[in-house]
Ligand binder design. Structure first.
Ligand code: ZN
Length: 67
């Protein structure tokens, strides 16, 4: 089994690096090959999950103040 095959199995890789074409791990801020910052959309799911957590906390706080 080659090193590349192992990598493909171990991680979800949707986007490629704009600098070197390396397949980026989803959610990584830097390319694993050339260490250039990855596009924002590669990290968007992380931003969304944080935003969702904050929204839930705020809604929960509002509901508690209403009751
Ligand atoms: Zn790269």
């Amino acid at each position: 089994m080659s090193e590349q095959t192992k990598h493909k199995k171990s991680a979800i890789r949707v986007f490629v690096c704009s600098s070197c074409g390396h397949h980026l791990r989803l959610g990584r801020a830097y390319c694993g090959d050339c260490y250039q910052p990855t596009p924002v959309y590669n990290r968007l799911w992380a931003i969304c999950s944080v935003a969702a957590a904050v929204t839930i906390a705020v809604v929960a706080g509002l509901l508690r103040s209403l009751l």
